[in-house]
Design a protein around this ligand. Structure first.
Ligand code: ADP
Length: 581
């Protein structure tokens, strides 16, 4: 692996109060009384040391201390962070380091409840689980052994939901699940409506797996067949438009269900010889084979800007960060303690990693580029294109030393290029990581410039986006009163003393058109091996037709899936944006 440029290691990590609170609550080691017994610096050292130990497998004489320092520096400078389970569990008893899992569910009681148990084990360690329920026979179908009738996928989902509820009381964080049902399953309408009652399946995101043929039929006003997965019988024919309308209607109402374009996901399956991909992880960014897991990590783009008179992207630093991060994530696989032997085996066969970004919106502001401008799309193209190609180069370099991933023969890379990892890039939401790093989350625009945070003793404090604070102080229009009004829901446009250029630059999520959100997601998807987590925001007064248009646009723009959020709709998502924690 290429020579590493020495980077300074900070003595203290530049954490905000909020980041410290999050770390103390859930990440740092505690004593029996619940008091933190390690500092953030100790946590990062624990992680760096545990992960770097993997290097000894490949070269027992390597300078493991210097690699540990490279890893430590990357995290201590908040330039790169691995997913939460790695921070929480590395070097500790659990030792489970991955965020994303997919478990198979077969049409048998034993298989279903094995999966419930495995889900509990994964949630205990902070991982999230995705499942396809498509193999289960439909509700009211006959059950051979008892002569009774089947409960169907939606009923069984409740068992997973309750198990998740129970586990969260003892675990590190509330568990999260993705449930997928194929659009041609006879229970599809029941599934689409499954979350419409308040308080039901609150630990689940729902996505309908739609095929290309189904999308074709929606466009041509055609019909398609519902099939019983148990015996392959065609049960019914449906108008594709009717089902699509129901999906869109309910997504408009509550945000659920999303859709995944399952044929496109499988067209991008790097190891088709191992079987089909049928589900993603909870937030949709990581398609996986049954029993496969993946560890993610995110580069903080707000730290990748250099200034010599003019601000530009520091590609040298970014290249170094990508290479070191790929090596880190590949090492994670070797020291990971997997929750099940099947998961260990599958994951080690493909060695998927998911390197992504956070702080993209911060970086744009630093560069003086508005999120909803053509220049922002160009920047996304340049940055993610670079990360994608550098990460593949790094994986190739690792393959030359450590060998290809074991399932390389028959993979899409076979005979073309030797790779250490079947996939390298994923854009995660970075809900908590972005709080720790103090940057904007994932590739999302800023949600607000100011917001009110409840402090523990009951007082409230207005928090101002640091880039906006700087701009308003330098521009001479800073006032406490304005920040309070903004935190209360006022828009920047209402303030006459704020220059037009500032208003344009500090555009927030709700001012960006849904089409603008999709366009940004599409650019990132183009350069991402796995998928992209992105919320497409709609204003409260958006119509069902607006949502319909965007779901179709997502298909045309080659996304792997889409979820939307209409302001004020009754969404009950298991994932928190972190803003209220
Ligand atoms: P983080 O910032 O904590 O690393 P992300 O918000 O980037 O996590 O989410 C990445 C993935 O981690 C999710 O898609 C999911 O698989 C898993 N995950 C996140 N939050 C949870 C949770 N509360 N419970 C279980 N899994 C989670």
């Amino acid at each position: 692996v290429k020579a590493m440029k020495k980077q300074p290691i900070p003595e203290k990590i530049g954490l905000s109060d909020n980041a410290l609170q999050v770390l103390e609550k859930r990440y740092l080691k505690k004593d029996k009384a619940g008091k933190a017994i390690e500092k953030p610096e100790d946590m990062i050292r624990r992680v760096a040391r545990t992960i770097a130990a993997a290097e000894l497998i490949y070269d027992p004489k390597c300078d493991v201390r210097s690699i540990e320092d490279e890893f430590y520096g990357l995290m201590a400078r908040l330039e790169f962070l691995p997913n939460s389970p790695t921070l929480m569990n590395a070097g500790r008893e659990l030792g489970q380091l991955s965020a994303c899992f997919v478990l198979p569910i077969d049409d048998a009681i034993e298989s279903i409840f094995d999966a419930v148990k495995h889900t509990a084990m994964i949630h205990k360690s902070g991982g999230g689980t995705g499942f396809s329920f498509s193999r289960l026979r439909p509700e009211k179908d006959r059950v051979g052994s008892t002569g009774g009738v089947a409960s169907g996928p939606v009923s069984f989902m409740r068992a997973f939901d309750v198990a998740t509820d129970v586990i969260k009381q003892g675990g590190t964080r509330r568990g999260a699940n993705m449930a997928i049902l194929s659009v041609d399953h006879p229970d599809i309408e029941r599934f689409i409506k499954a979350k419409q009652t308040a308080g039901v399946l609150t630990n689940f995101n729902l996505s309908v797996a739609v095929t290309d043929a189904f999308m074709e039929a929606v466009r041509n006003n055609g019909e398609y067949e519902l099939k019983n997965p148990h015996n392959g019988e065609v049960v019914e024919k449906k108008k594709a438009r009717d089902i699509f309308d129901q999906i869109v209607n309910l997504a408009w109402k509550t945000g659920d269900p999303g859709v995944v374009f399952i044929d496109r996901i499988n067209a991008g399956n790097p190891t088709p010889q191992l079987g089909k991909i049928e589900s993603t992880n909870p937030c949709g960014e990581q398609p996986l084979l049954p029993y496969e897991s993946c560890n993610l990590g995110s580069i903080n783009l707000s730290k990748m800007v250099k200034s010599n008179g003019k601000k530009t992207i520091d590609y040298d630093k970014l290249g170094y960060t990508v290479r070191t991060a790929v090596r880190f994530l590949d090492d994670v696989i070797d020291v990971n303690k997997f929750p099940l032997p099947q998961i260990a085996e599958r994951t080690r066969q493909t060695r998927k990693i998911g390197l992504g970004v956070m702080g993209f919106a911060d970086m744009l502001i630093d560069l003086g580029i508005a999120y909803d401008s053509p220049a922002a799309l160009d920047t996304a193209e340049a940055v993610m294109g670079f990360i994608e190609s550098e990460s593949h180069k790094a994986s190739e370099e690792l393959a030359a030393i450590r060998g290809t991933f074991p399932a390389y023969d028959g993979s899409v890379y076979d005979g073309k290029v030797k790779m250490r990892n079947a996939s390298c890039t994923t854009i995660a939401p970075t809900g908590t990581l972005s709080i720790i790093a103090g940057c904007s989350s994932g590739i999302e625009p800023h949600f607000a410039l100011c917001f009110t945070r409840n402090i523990m003793d009951g007082t409230k404090m207005v928090e101002v986006n640091p880039y906006f604070e700087r701009a308003s102080v330098e521009g001479g229009f800073f006032s406490k009163e304005m920040m309070e009004k903004l935190a209360g829901g006022a828009h920047l446009e209402e303030f006459a003393n704020v220059p037009e250029a500032v208003k344009k630059l500090f555009v927030t999520a709700h001012q960006i058109t849904p089409e603008g959100h999709v366009k940004m997601q599409a650019v990132f998807q183009k350069y991402t091996d796995n998928a992209v987590s992105k919320t497409v925001n709609f204003p409260a007064n958006a119509t069902v037709a607006d949502v319909d248009k965007v779901y179709l646009m997502a298909f045309d723009d080659k996304l792997k899936g889409i979820t939307i959020y209409r302001d004020g709709c009754k969404a009950d998502q298991p994932m928190s944006t972190g803003k209220t924690e």
